[in-house]
Design a protein around this ligand. Structure first.
Ligand code: CAO
Length: 428
């Protein structure tokens, strides 16, 4: 016959008013003897309280945050005498998670509270240091998750069941090959109350920044970037550009160094086809492209946009300058469509109109490389036993080292500087 039993906090040693940091069951649950009910935490250790009986929970008498001592009522349980096998409750609880400075527990006690087997292997000791209940650690182990890698969102940073599930979901959502076997493990950012140090203003990130930020972050952490630097002597190119600008001013076309860069990059891509490629979804094949669409990073008041200029190989410098002017104006007016930002083979990010000597641009995946252009300046260059003043353009080529070797990148950028130094080569 069913009987309502009281489940009490067992002997927990000298501790009193101990916090309940996790409740694993709820009214209506059917439980077996030894199923964990709640986790208690003292300032030194955490301990699970298992049920002494099997049955159905009629009513919970505690919640997370409550303080309990030995004898406090945890819940009411309907149990049948036949199915009930009460456990002894006279043994103290063993600690299951402890501060790093405390010795690791070496053996479970045959106690009513916390009968958790704790082994002495390094791995298990490390787990014991993680801030999580034994039930959650067991749950994590069953899913093959190292509990020490899971960021806890519970009280005092405790790892909860949701944290473990979210960790697994996040790991499954990673693109294949995006992370190593252990995933990307970083410390959580500290939560800082900036207002403590002075006046502040909260400004939400723009939609573009949120979208581009997520992409930049993914590309930054999943692609092994290397950046190769060089300088191109653009003295002659600049003289030619100025002539062209005088010629085209009436047509309202402004020719900046970037139009030449677009053309020069395409000549380099034709010479080094593996830069005009992407890895396929399996990460095992290179997709070599026979078209030359180049993305150009445009700085807009709302954030970075990268519209793509199509078929740059088929267009002349003046036409490219015109398109560049139009597309960057439309980007700044938020009139660029998503389709116009797709299909790029390679990108150029030019900060030359602003300044700086070099930077390390982030690859615009699934492209394999990106060229950063900084501000040209006159420098003394050694030529024929003398120093001559030349206009030097700093270039920064970031490339995906999974596909492109350092030597290939050096050859690519040297070739590019040669083309820019003698723009007649653009016609070859
Ligand atoms: N060296 C020296 N001067 C340069 C130069 C360079 N590398 N590049 C451009 N200039 C000059 C131009 O000739 C122009 O001079 P004048 O006004 O005297 O003719 C001036 O700088 C301004 O050029 P611009 O920036 O308007 O034009 P652009 O074609 O060089 O660039 C665009 C167009 C859209 C790329 C640019 O406006 C822009 O948005 N740049 C920022 C891109 C960005 O944010 N990149 C970082 C992304 S994070 O990786």
């Amino acid at each position: 016959m069913a009987e309502i039993k009281q489940v009490l906090v067992p002997d927990i040693g000298d501790y009193k008013d101990v916090s309940i940091i996790e409740v694993m069951v709820k009214a209506g649950d059917t439980i077996k003897a030894e199923d964990n009910l709640v986790t208690l935490e003292t300032d030194k250790a955490a301990m699970d309280v298992p049920s002494p009986y099997s049955g159905v929970i009629k009513e919970m008498k505690v919640k997370v945050g409550d303080k309990v001592s030995q004898g406090s009522l945890i819940l009411l349980l309907e149990s049948s005498d036949a199915a009930t096998a009460p456990m002894k409750t006279d043994k103290p609880a063993a600690p299951v998670s402890a501060p790093a400075s405390a010795p690791a527990p070496v053996a479970a006690k045959p106690a009513a509270a916390v009968p958790v087997a704790v082994q002495t292997s390094q791995a298990v000791v490390a787990e014991a240091k993680a801030h999580a209940s034994p039930a959650i650690r067991r749950f994590a182990r069953e899913l093959g998750v190292q509990i020490t890698q899971v960021k806890g969102s519970g009280e005092k940073g405790r790892v909860t069941k949701d944290d473990v599930q979210n960790f697994v979901k996040a790991a499954l959502a990673q693109p294949r090959g995006a992370t190593g076997g252990n995933g990307l493990q970083v410390l959580a950012m500290p939560v800082v109350d900036f207002a403590k140090f002075g006046a502040i203003e909260i400004r939400p990130l723009s939609r573009i920044k949120k979208l581009s930020g997520a992409n930049l972050h993914r590309n930054w952490v999943t692609i092994p970037h290397i950046t190769q630097f060089d300088e191109a002597d653009i003295t002659e190119m600049e003289a030619f550009r100025k002539e062209l600008n005088v010629e085209y001013v009436k047509q309202n076309i402004k020719i900046t160094p970037l139009a030449f860069m677009l053309k020069a990059v395409v000549v380099a891509l034709q010479q080094f086809p593996e830069f005009n490629a992407s890895l396929d979804a399996s990460g095992e094949n290179l997709v070599l492209k026979q078209y030359f669409h180049i993305g150009v990073a445009v700085d807009t008041p709302d954030g970075l946009m990268v519209p793509v200029l199509r078929d740059v190989d088929k267009k002349g410098i003046v036409q490219l300058a015109k398109e560049l002017g139009e597309v960057s104006a439309r980007a700044r007016e938020k009139k660029i469509t998503a389709a116009e930002m797709q299909g790029g083979c390679f990108s150029i990010s030019s900060l030359g109109g602003i300044g700086g000597t070099a930077f390390t641009p982030i690859i615009n995946a699934p492209e394999l490389a990106i060229l950063g252009v900084s501000k040209a300046s006159i420098k003394p260059m050694h030529q024929d036993d003398t120093f001559v003043a030349r206009l030097m353009l700093p270039l920064s080529l970031s490339y995906d080292h999974r596909v492109i070797d350092g030597a290939a990148a050096a050859r690519f950028i040297v070739f590019l500087t040669q083309v820019l130094a003698d723009v007649r080569r653009l016609a070859l």
